[in-house]
Design a protein around this ligand. Structure first.
Ligand code: AMP
Ligand code: ZN
Length: 470
């Protein structure tokens, strides 16, 4: 299996540290508002990476943090006359709601910064003790000049960075180098704070991930992931902190997803060109958002548009309808075993699996993996039409279950039709069957129209009447 490692800028064979085990850390959101679909991309992409690693037999420990101490959360709390804790609790719950909708499985651990203060203070102290950090009036800075490999992830040269920064006006006097960054900052009036050897205060952003990764996964991890905007400075600084403090390689593979853009500009809060997952979910089912994200390769940009969402909805419906037709066929066809011809053809089925795995083994190419599912759907539709044996239909179904399950898409139990609605639909179908029997075709057509108005399509098959949404 090959993965693209941002550190080496090439695809590398994936070999975890410990056989059969993967330790993975994904930077999570700062919780001061609903997540937008740009933020949803790393959620869905790395959930899929995890699912595929598990499919390959790895035991994956997946850690995704919540940043619950930050200026933005404090500002929002002040605006709403409430506490930082109340704001972050609310938006953590909302983020889980969206993640659940997107079929993103819960991480093994979801650590929060506010619960990791002891580890943070300990790592900052270690960095001071080892000469990588210095304190000035309650602020602790990381001395980037002390870490010779600074810039290795983002391929930036420290001297050029320093020269570039000094051309700008705002240079913090207390910093030894303009590229130095804050590990601990002193308390400001009215802000939450924690006691520390450098006075009451709170941690900088970068230190939290170094500490949470170490606490929950150890000093060296297999995969560290996030959006590509995190490469610099966030991940560069994480490397500087962790490798200086622990004296070991921090992460062996660095994976970064590309942006979701709007009019070819990064979707972001600050530009105001964002759509929250919640808003989009009011227009399209959550599963369409997941499918939309997986329709592209995770490193390529995706330009968000309604048309693209609509096309994804249509594609997803095609897969789901094929799965429903197949399930219906299996439920209602005669108990038959595979014929000799089908046994020979079953090899074809294995080919879809091989193609799917080849796509995913090539740096998680979900776009190609989705194409393989479409081909399998075509194969399934033909088989149903041809009236294959029940055993053979079951094999096709297993394969579809398998492949859709790895991507977490087109799952049939995602159906949002209530029991009450189902009862009504089935009653109408029974009435239509009666009307047809009595040769009252006008009534039968009227019932079909009534169902269509409810968004339900019906299909007469040899096994009986089948219905589905769409
Ligand atoms: P933030 O809360 O801004 O730190 O973002 C949380 C995660 O979403 C990070 O991994 C970001 O890199 C990622 N992210 C933010 N905006 C986008 C975007 N427009 N496209 C893709 N990923 C994004
Ligand atoms: Zn992080």
């Amino acid at each position: 299996m090959k993965v693209y490692n941002t550190l080496t800028r090439q695809k590398e064979e994936f070999v975890p540290m410990e056989e059969g085990k993967v330790k993975m850390y994904v930077c999570g959101p700062t919780v001061y508002d609903f997540i937008h679909i740009g933020n949803a991309r790393p959620y869905v992409v790395f959930d899929t990476v995890r699912r595929y690693l598990e499919y390959k037999g790895y035991d994956v420990t997946y850690v995704q943090n919540f940043t619950d101490v930050d200026d933005k959360i404090i500002n929002r709390a002040n605006k709403e006359n409430t506490t930082m804790q109340a704001i972050s609790d609310k938006y953590i719950e909302e983020a889980f709601h969206d993640a659940d909708g997107l079929n993103v499985r819960r991480a093994t651990v979801h650590p929060r910064v506010t619960q990791e203060m002891d580890g943070i203070i300990e790592m900052v102290q270690t960095l001071i003790d080892k000469g990588f950090a210095y304190e000035d009036k309650g602020t602790v800075y990381y001395n980037t000049k002390m870490f010779p490999e600074y810039g290795k992830l983002s391929r930036k040269n420290l001297d050029e960075l320093i020269a570039g920064a000094s051309e700008r006006v705002t240079i913090d006097d207390a910093k030894k180098n303009s590229t130095d960054f804050v590990l601990w900052k002193p308390k400001k009036e009215g802000e939450p704070s924690w006691p520390s050897p450098w006075g009451d205060g709170r941690p900088g952003w970068h230190i939290e991930c170094s500490v949470m990764a170490k606490h929950h996964l150890g000093e060296t991890i297999d995969i560290h992931a996030g959006g590509e905007d995190l490469i610099f400075p966030h991940h560069e600084n994480e490397i500087a902190q962790s490798e200086a403090a622990n004296g070991k390689t921090f992460a062996r593979y660095w994976l970064h997803n590309g942006f979701i853009t709007v009019d070819n500009e990064k979707m972001s809060k600050s530009l105001g060109n964002f759509f929250t997952v919640r808003d989009i979910a009011a227009q399209f089912p959550y599963e369409v958002i997941r499918f939309f994200i997986l329709n592209g390769h995770y490193r390529s940009p995706i330009n968000f548009s309604r048309d693209l969402m609509q096309a994804c909805q249509n594609g997803l419906e095609r897969i789901k309808n094929a799965r429903k037709e197949l399930a219906f066929y299996i439920e209602n066809c005669a108990e038959t075993k595979m014929t000799a011809e089908e046994t020979a053809q079953a090899v074809e089925l294995e080919k879809y699996k091989e193609q799917f795995e080849a796509a995913m083994d090539d740096d998680f190419n979900t776009a190609d993996a989705v194409s393989v599912i479409y081909e399998l759907v075509r194969f399934s539709n033909i088989a149903v039409k041809a009236g294959v044996s029940k055993e053979y239909a079951g094999k096709i179904q297993d394969m579809l279950d398998h492949l859709c399950g790895v991507l977490g898409v087109a799952e049939l139990d995602e159906e949002t039709i209530s029991d009450e609605e189902t009862k009504k639909i089935e009653e109408l179908i029974a009435q239509r069957t009666e009307a047809k029997k009595a040769k009252d075709f006008a009534k039968a057509d009227a019932i079909r129209d009534e169902l269509a108005a409810m968004g339900i399509t019906i299909k007469d098959t040899r096994q009986g009447v089948q219905w589905f949404r769409g």
